[in-house]
Write a protein that binds this ligand. Structure first.
Ligand code: ADP
Ligand code: MG
Length: 248
């Protein structure tokens, strides 16, 4: 569903050019959850934002469902293939708009009818009562806000969700609930996930395969079974696992 070949991501202009992602390649199969894990600054979001079309200064190849995307000119068809969910739900939901208005926005942009019914159906699908559409973001909890941004991301029925630290801003007790919701949605809707996290525990819970990133490169790729069994080669991965206690 997603194929990335020799991705290089840059920031800044000629004099202060920063090479943030170096020669990253991986594929995400249809229906799979692929994780990118690594410390802060390792280049995970840069990969995600390049795939999403939010960052355009990159070289290499990004293919979505077999079709190469242009770094700068994203076709409308490509944009319908994926949605992104951020760590901070305020990235996607406007603090001064009702929940309903935020979820309906992508539907409105695409001139889809029956928006109130669709919003209520989406709220139910993320485990929230339909009347929440009349509330404002400050009137619901952090976990509920993240459910709302997931509902918004589902609104256009895109086959791919890009998840950037989707639970990192939440209380530990709420994190598992949101991760379980994402698992259920993926299964029920046949979605493909590319999930970025610094938390290797999240990867062990969610991902079929994972690329471990360090200093802009993928230093090791693992299946979940290898990760949980502690069958890792790179010292950096061993360190991540030792810190988290995810294996064994
Ligand atoms: P991660 O998501 O793994 O924390 P990022 O992809 O956000 O890492 O960042 C990778 C590197 O690129 C970091 O060194 C970061 O400082 C740099 N970087 C990210 N965004 C920008 C930007 N807008 N301008 C300049 N440098 C950036
Ligand atoms: Mg990041």
């Amino acid at each position: 569903m997603i194929r990335i070949e020799n991705l290089q991501v840059f920031y800044g202009d000629k004099r202060a050019r920063f090479h943030a992602v170096r020669d990253v390649s991986f594929t995400v199969n249809r229906g799979e959850t692929y994780g990118l894990v690594g410390e802060s600054g390792s280049g995970k979001s840069s990969v995600l934002n390049s795939v999403a079309g939010r960052h355009t200064d990159w070289t290499g190849q990004i293919l979505l469902d077999g079709a190469a995307v242009d770094p700068v000119a994203r076709s409308a068809e490509d944009r319908r293939k994926l949605q992104i969910v951020f760590q901070d739900p305020f990235g996607a939901i406007h603090p001064k708009h009702t929940i309903g208005a935020s979820i309906a926005e992508p539907l409105k942009i695409h001139c889809l009818p029956n928006r109130n019914e669709t919003v209520e159906r989406l709220l139910r699908q993320v485990g929230l009562p339909p009347h929440f559409r009349f509330r404002y973001p400050h009137q619901i909890s952090g976990g509920q806000r993240q459910r709302v941004s997931i509902a918004r991301a589902l609104a256009l029925d895109c086959p791919v969700l890009l998840l950037d630290e989707p639970t990192s801003a939440l209380d530990v007790s709420v994190q598992a609930e949101v991760l379980n919701l994402l698992q259920d949605l993926r299964r029920d809707r046949g979605l493909t996930y590319l999930l970025v996290t610094h938390d290797i525990g999240v990867v062990g819970h969610m991902c079929d395969r994972v690329g471990v990133m360090k200093d802009g490169r993928i230093v090791e790729e693992l299946t979940r079974a290898q990760l949980l069994a502690g069958q890792v080669k790179h010292p950096f991965t061993q360190e991540l696992i030792a810190e988290s206690g995810v294996a064994g």
